[in-house]
Write a protein that binds this ligand. Structure first.
Ligand SMILES: CC(C)(COP(=O)(O)OP(=O)(O)OC[C@H]1O[C@@H](n2cnc3c(N)ncnc32)[C@H](O)[C@@H]1OP(=O)(O)O)[C@@H](O)C(=O)NCCC(=O)NCCS
Length: 436
């Protein structure tokens, strides 16, 4: 893990650009209470969140050393200690087909309304990419609030997620019985099994990113949100040998004025075996007094529809891109994943920021691992891609043929995009199951 990136100094190129605008860029010292709290305040304000309660501030402060927080300051304003722009990033493992690699997870991108449209966001984003490159981190990752911003920095949407709403009374179960046992557990019990299970499931799920710091506590309902914490319920699935294989975090809510009709939100359904997956879905869909079950950030090819009697009672309420990736080192990232089988593919990448510019040839062997070399070889299928499209293709979540038809990439010979899809697309669509 590239933890040394956490202590990287300010990026001088960005700092110099901001100085010309009368602004000062600084890395926040997590041990400096006043500076760290002012940064958190600015982050909340940037997203129109309420001011942090003391409890939330405590939680965020505790995990601040796990991220590199950067502030941009205007020393001429009334309260110069509060940054006018924020960004944070940390190293986080990203699961890819057949393995994992370190990513630079970026979050908390805000610019105060008084300082917008002066290139502050651009300076910050470009600086994060340079910091990652300097630390040897081959890819940057983020989840976005505003989808229209990040392509210009080379990020492309790489995974898609769905929200679903199930008519629990009519959907019917057709998935049989799992051999193990589901049991209700307390929040403490869920936390006790949670870290191992979440990490095991994350490592088996291309597109998923390691949960770091306070985000882990949020899964179980954070102490800073006591109301929310009290509403959460937990169940686990143990296999026939008594080994815990799955965890469900859900929240029942009474529909207005009707204590015989609840809806249930599935906040996390984590399973490391198919039996656990089946058992936990069956459990939540057969709760008494429950009419509707909603689930969030689910994979686009969720097997659930094949486990029920009436798949039409599962309504997809949202499909959206979720994880955005920015390739910084094509040789490292393309070598880190496995491919569908033996084959070769060349990629000619255009990167206005230069990090990923060039041509690269992937040669996958029968073991599905690949050797990646700079340059393109004659007779190998070749795609010409802007770097954001490489991010979209990388995990196999987007189809090269679809991108070709949209004019977002070019193929050297007709059929190259279809050959690329055969090599790149994994058996199940990649998915990111959390926010960061
Ligand atoms: C979004 C935000 C960070 C942009 O900051 P900024 O400093 O004004 O951005 P910049 O001046 O560096 O502009 C960067 C580019 O993004 C574009 N841009 C800026 N805000 C945009 C928006 N809301 N929608 C679409 N494009 C936007 C600019 O036109 C500019 O394009 P160019 O470089 O191709 O000319 C800022 O408006 C903000 O803090 N918004 C509220 C919080 C938020 O939405 N954060 C993003 C979380 S994903």
């Amino acid at each position: 893990m590239h933890d040394d990136a956490l202590t990287a100094p300010v990026d001088e190129t960005a700092a110099a650009a901001l100085t010309k605008n009368g602004l000062r860029m600084a890395v926040v010292d997590p041990a400096d209470d006043a500076q760290a709290e002012a940064w958190l305040h600015a982050d909340a304000r940037g997203f129109h969140d309420p001011a942090h309660s003391d409890a939330l501030l405590g939680e965020l402060r505790a995990s601040q050393p796990l991220q590199r927080s950067v502030g941009v300051y205007d020393d001429g304003i009334a309260e110069p200690g509060i940054p006018v722009a924020t960004v944070a990033a940390w190293p986080a493992a990203l699961t890819v087909p057949g393995g994992q690699l370190d990513s630079w997870a970026i979050s908390a991108v805000t610019v105060a309304p008084t300082h917008r449209r002066r290139g502050v966001a651009r300076a910050m984003l470009e600086s994060e990419l340079r910091v990652a490159v300097a630390a040897g981190i081959p890819i940057a990752a983020l989840t976005v609030t505003e989808t229209t911003i990040y392509r210009r920095y080379g990020f492309g949407p790489a995974t898609w997620s769905t929200d679903v709403e199930v008519d629990a009374r009519r959907v019917g179960w057709d998935g049989g019985e799992a051999p193990g046992r589901v049991q209700l557990i307390t929040r403490d019990g869920a936390i006790a099994v949670g870290s191992t299970l979440l990490e095991e499931a994350r490592r088996a799920t291309p597109g998923d990113v390691q949960v770091v710091g306070h985000r882990f506590g949020r899964i179980f309902g954070a102490p800073s949100e006591p109301e929310e914490q009290r509403k959460r319920r937990f169940a686990r699935y143990d296999d026939a040998d008594g080994v815990t294989r799955g965890l469900l975090v859900y929240r029942p809510t009474q529909e207005e004025g009707d204590f015989t009709n609840f809806s249930v939100d599935v906040l996390h359904l984590v399973a490391t075996t198919d039996d656990a997956y089946r058992a936990l879905w069956r459990f939540v869909l057969s709760l008494d007094l429950v009419g509707t079950v909603r689930a969030f950030l689910r994979p686009v090819d969720e097997p659930l529809r094949w486990l029920v009697a009436d798949p039409r009672r599962i309504r997809t309420t949202e499909v959206r891109e979720h994880l955005w990736l920015r390739v910084l080192d094509p040789v490292a990232v393309l070598s880190a994943r496995t491919y569908a089988g033996p084959g070769r593919l060349a990629l000619r990448v255009a990167d206005p920021l230069g990090h990923a510019e060039g041509a690269f040839t992937v040669a996958a062997d029968a073991s599905r691992a690949a050797t990646v070399t700079p340059g393109e070889q004659e007779g190998v299928p070749l795609l010409e891609v802007p770097v954001d499209v490489l991010g979209s293709l990388y995990l196999g979540g987007a189809s090269a043929v679809s991108l070709l038809r949209a004019g977002r990439l070019r193929e050297r010979t007709p059929g190259d995009a279809a050959l690329a899809d055969r090599l790149l697309r994994p058996p199940m669509a990649p998915v990111l199951t959390t926010w960061f």
